[in-house]
Design a protein around this ligand. Structure first.
Ligand code: PEP
Length: 256
């Protein structure tokens, strides 16, 4: 299964949730729960909570991520944040190409690729999201869609850098909808992503990459999903907003 060749990571995606006092409370509640985990633990929080999260998680096993990053180093890009702005405050991860960014903010594979390269250049670990629409799954083109996203999103990313990159397989129809891909569906696509990486790079590289599942993962379904041979943890929206629920997922991935 080669699961020992890579780290399983549970990453929370808080999206546009939590004021600063709410973020403080959630992180304080999460700290003792996360301390039990042997999998990687990441919380990706809104820009306004990043400094608070970095400060509160110092000396713990919780790593902090942002939810987006711009590809230019600086300049006239109103409302955007550069990779250096994130690393200088201690941010280690960044979500790139989340389906909500693609759907509502015009994110394309080209900009996902640029953001991924900018993040890696600055020393951030990107969590690159890929996934098919329901319509694409119904038309039986899931693999074509995923292969295209992987090729374009990782274009010109070196083998060394791709090993630092986390891929999150997030079927768009399963995000925030309560509909989860079955464990078999998640395994099938995560294995396909790994096979695509093996073709583009090598088996050694593919075996080293963390490939998460994301889409309505919750305390009830996490254990079966993360036990799949090619599923290395998850990217978690709703269930990352409650420490107890997130804790169940951390336990599942630590044991999976
Ligand atoms: C996500 O936002 O990446 C996600 C998977 O959300 P949810 O867990 O709420 O479906």
């Amino acid at each position: 299964m080669n699961k020992e060749l890579r780290q399983a990571i549970i990453a929370g995606n808080w999206k546009m949730n939590k004021t600063r006092p709410e973020a403080r409370a959630l992180i304080e509640e999460l700290k003792p729960i996360a301390a039990e985990a042997t999998c990687g633990v990441v919380i990706c929080v809104p820009f306004t909570n990043l400094e608070t999260a970095v400060e509160l998680t110092k000396g713990t096993n919780i790593k902090v991520g942002a939810e987006n990053v711009h590809f230019e180093e600086k300049g006239a890009f109103t409302g955007e944040i550069s990779a250096a702005m994130l690393t200088e405050i201690g941010v280690e991860y960044v979500i790139i190409g989340h389906s909500e960014r693609r759907q509502y903010f015009g994110e394309t594979d080209e900009t996902v690729n640029k953001r991924t390269k900018a993040a890696l250049k600055a020393g951030l670990k990107p969590i690159v999201c890929v996934g098919e629409l329901l319509w694409e799954r119904e038309c039986n083109i899931t693999e074509e869609v995923i292969a295209r996203q992987i090729k374009l999103d990782l274009y010109d990313v070196s083998a060394e850098d791709v090993k630092k990159t986390v891929i999150a397989y997030e079927p768009v129809w399963a995000i925030g909808t309560g509909k989860t891909a079955s464990a078999a569906q998640a395994q099938e696509v995560c294995a396909f992503i790994r096979a695509t990486l093996a073709k583009l790079y090598s088996k050694e590289v593919a075996d080293a990459v963390t490939i998460q599942y994301g889409g309505s993962m919750n305390p009830g379904n996490a254990a079966e999903l993360v036990a799949q041979p090619d599923v290395d943890g998850g990217l978690i929206g709703g269930a990352s907003l409650k420490a107890a629920d997130f804790g169940v997922l951390l336990k599942a991935a630590s044991e999976g």
